[in-house]
Design a binder for this molecule. Structure first.
Ligand SMILES: Nc1ncnc2c1ncn2[C@@H]1O[C@H](COP(=O)(O)OP(=O)(O)OP(=O)(O)O)[C@@H](O)[C@H]1O
Ligand SMILES: [Mg+2]
Length: 429
């Protein structure tokens, strides 16, 4: 007999909990494994009750539903949280989504809506497997999450129009966080597309004997073997395509010319090929919007725009985002990351930056000591100091990004299934 879907109900009103339980009892494939009345209880009980899906009330006294969601998803990343709220709480919704909530229901939900949502989110969990990222865990030590994309990997580009914002720091640590999250089987490649002054190798204390320069002349007829000989492996398991050793070598990329839209032909071809070989490509970039960055943006799945909470950076990021909008770049492929967030000192608060621009997917705390030490010793903090808030923020970001891609894949598969069904019906009729 197939296992039932395990559901935990979190609501401070006993009557609501009971109503939800009754609705669920109509479905023989779902069982309620816990009912609790507060966010705090939810966080303690979840690891014991091991629910697949949590129905979480957004407004709870004490620890609210959003915070509880964040905490649960932190320790049990594959748990699917469905947020319940009364109508008109759209601002909360966004925050809840950022905390890791998977779906939403308006209170009181109809039986159909409730049961469909539980089934849908549960399916998503199955796609994600059961891998969990435990703080302090060794890289590659977790059970691999069943996440291998069918054909093409996802491309994440990290960019900032200003220099020194933290692009390399985030790209390097994010790549390793994804490797840790997804397990040793996942294929993660970090590409240093800062062709003139790339320093990914330094951040990773990696002596890459071959670099992107070796690929440029063969960009149009790449094969897996050639790619493999150029790619270096870091001890964390991530693969690295290093930047040219000298700034002059970057010229090699100019020989192939640019496409009509301005993208560098060689770089685009390399990225397109690598996309088929890896689950994730993380691209670190230089600060200029040039043909290399345009090549990445052309096939990018998600662009992370970095800013620090200082006026020149914010202004630069804002102008860049406005430029993307003018160019009608798909904004669902763009996210903001605020680095160097410092709550203690007087500075511009992240919320104010978000209001001026767009919601941020991550706030990475300022931690000069950890970041500097990591850069100087070539030991990414995600490995060396992974309990620090800065590392935890990057781990969170990795989880959110991966969950988002899993969700998109799920939606795409559902849409395709629907189309197939319609085609089938069409034939019958
Ligand atoms: N959250 C942070 N807290 C403190 N220092 C940080 C943080 N993030 C990055 N740094 C430090 O800021 C400096 C610049 O970071 P990094 O090299 O990653 O930026 P970049 O955007 O890649 O710069 P470049 O324009 O040179 O490529 C480094 O010394 C790094 O250690
Ligand atoms: Mg850099």
């Amino acid at each position: 007999m197939p296992e039932k879907i395990r559901v935990m109900i979190v609501d401070d009103v006993a009557e609501t909990r009971e109503q939800l339980r009754k609705l669920i009892s109509f479905d023989p494939d779902i069982e309620v494994v816990a009912m609790v009345g507060s966010g705090e209880e939810a966080v303690t009980i979840a690891p014991k009750a091991l629910p697949d899906v949590v129905l979480m009330d957004i407004n709870l006294p004490g620890m609210d539903g959003i915070t509880a969601t964040g905490e649960i998803v932190d320790i049990m990343p594959t748990v699917q949280v469905v947020m319940l709220s009364v109508q008109g709480e759209s601002d909360y919704m966004r925050r809840a989504m950022m905390a890791g909530a998977r779906d939403f229901l308006t209170k009181p939900p109809s039986a159909d809506d409730l049961l469909n949502t539980i089934h849908r989110t549960y399916k998503l969990r199955q796609k994600m497997g059961t891998g969990q990222l435990t703080p302090g865990g060794a890289p590659g030590g977790q059970a691999p999450v069943e996440q291998r994309p069918a054909q093409q990997g996802k491309i994440l580009t990290v960019f900032s129009p200003k220099g020194g914002t933290g692009c390399t720091t985030i790209a390097v640590n994010l790549a390793i966080a994804l490797q840790t999250l997804l397990g040793a089987d996942a294929r993660i490649c970090l590409i240093d597309a800062n062709l003139q002054f790339g320093d990914v190798s330094i951040f990773l204390k990696l002596q890459a004997t071959r670099t992107l320069t070796d690929l440029a002349p063969h960009a149009q007829d790449l094969d897996s073997n050639l790619l493999r000989t150029v790619i270096a492996t870091h001890s964390s398991g991530i693969r690295v395509l290093a930047a040219p050793v000298t700034p002059e070598e970057a010229e090699m990329f100019q020989d192939a010319g640019v496409e009509e839209g301005g993208s560098n032909r060689a770089m685009k071809a390399i990225l397109e090929f690598a996309q088929k070989e890896f689950d994730y490509l993380i691209i670190d970039t230089a600060r200029h919007i040039d043909d290399i960055v345009l090549a990445a943006l052309d096939i990018n799945d998600l662009l992370l725009v970095l800013t620090r909470p200082i006026i020149p950076d914010i202004r630069g990021a804002r102008m860049f985002i406005e430029l993307l909008q003018k160019l009608e770049y798909p904004m669902e492929h763009v996210d903001l990351v605020i680095n160097n967030v410092d709550n203690k000192r007087m500075g511009i608060q992240p919320e104010a930056i978000e209001r001026a621009m767009m919601p941020a997917i991550a706030h990475i705390p300022l931690d000069e000591r950890t970041a500097l030490r990591a850069a100087n010793y070539g030991e990414p903090f995600i490995l060396k100091d992974n309990r620090t808030p800065i590392a935890q923020a990057v781990i969170d970001l990795a989880k959110k990004l991966h969950n988002r891609f899993a969700q998109r894949a799920e939606e795409k598969a559902a849409a395709e299934e629907e189309t197939q069904r319609n085609v089938g019906l069409g034939r019958l009729l």
